[in-house]
Ligand binder design. Structure first.
Ligand code: C2E
Ligand code: CA
Ligand code: CA
Ligand code: CA
Length: 278
């Protein structure tokens, strides 16, 4: 597994392949990056798919590497997990996202802010208390925050994960099941975890208008989610056809490059102005 992570890290042309890359990255570079604020949150809009109104954002991690440029999360999240640094990284992302949410609140833009959780975080003792403390420090209500957990990732340690998710839900946090349709335990998890939101994986979203079988799965997922009273989010909306189909299918929230790419927090007001004008 570590070799896999190492391989994908080294396959990034931005990084020279070195046999000792993993220890170096784990022991110095990645922890330093987290502590020095090189890992920053970009935000991608989540809009009401009927009206186009901005409803929330998803925080997505970017490593602003001083020499290698912007490194995408697929390159370093798995590494952080392997190196035992994911907890620190998650807390950094939660802190940034909460500080930003508080700032937007002050400016009269109350947005739901979603943060991705690694399944490993769900096993950490004291994790719930830590998030609750962070929330209090930023004077936020839990229902302004959404925690996205990838479908299928919960299975490893089902008992602990269920307990953690249930406690987070009891505290009032929104819980989103991410990448829905790509895991294997969907039904079981949906029945046992008090999710508030279901995010349809983009493999079912982009291109579904041209493929009958994708459409059937998409529609049944949306119908099920509605009956479970979950907010439905379609990710990966890239074309106007994707948008129309999801709108017609009764999905509530849309996210994707057609609407906006993930952006630094400071760019959001500018995007919003242009978005309103359309
Ligand atoms: P995800 O949670 O499924 O996030 C959605 C990904 O799809 C993002 O990639 C986003 O930039 C991309 N995306 C959005 N709209 C479109 C579209 O219309 N078309 C296409 N092709 N892609 C679109 P990104 O930012 O590279 O993140 C990749 C994955 O890395 C995320 O997938 C998530 O699993 C993980 N990740 C990102 N930030 C964090 C984090 O802070 N913590 C953890 N644990 N994982 C993170
Ligand atoms: Ca996500
Ligand atoms: Ca997703
Ligand atoms: Ca994903």
């Amino acid at each position: 597994k570590i070799m896999g992570a190492l391989k994908s890290f080294n396959s990034n042309p931005a990084f020279p392949a070195k046999d000792d890359a993993l220890p170096a990255v784990c022991e110095t570079e990645l922890p330093a990056a987290i502590r020095n604020g090189e890992i920053i949150a970009f935000y991608q809009p989540k809009v009401d798919i009927r009206t186009g109104m901005l409803k929330g954002v998803e925080a997505l991690a970017r490593w602003m590497h001083p020499t290698n440029g912007m490194v995408p999360p697929d390159r370093f999240i798995p590494l952080a997990e392997q190196c035992g640094l994911i907890h620190e990284l998650t807390l950094s992302m939660l802190t940034q996202a909460m500080a930003q949410a508080a700032l937007w609140n002050e400016r009269g833009l109350p947005l739901k802010v979603a943060v991705n959780l690694s399944p490993l975080s769900l096993d950490i003792p004291g994790f719930v208390q830590k998030i609750v403390d962070l929330l209090a420090q930023h004077a936020l209500q839990a229902d302004q925050m959404v925690l996205e957990i990838t479908e299928g990732s919960v299975v490893a340690n089902l008992g602990t994960a269920l307990g953690t998710l249930a406690r987070l839900r009891l505290k009032g946090f929104g819980l989103s099941i991410d990448d829905y349709g790509t895991g294997f335990s969907s039904m079981q998890q949906l029945a046992r975890i008090p999710f508030t939101e279901l995010k349809i994986d983009r493999s079912f979203v982009h291109g579904a208008h041209a493929r009958q079988n994708l459409r059937v799965i998409l529609q049944s997922a949306l119908d099920m989610a509605k009956r479970l009273e979950l907010v439905t989010v379609a990710e990966g909306i890239e074309t106007i056809e994707d948008w129309r189909l999801l709108q017609e299918s009764g999905c509530t929230i849309g996210q994707g490059y057609l609407i906006a790419r993930p952006m630094p927090a400071n760019d959001l007001p500018v995007w919003l102005k242009g978005h309103h004008r359309r």
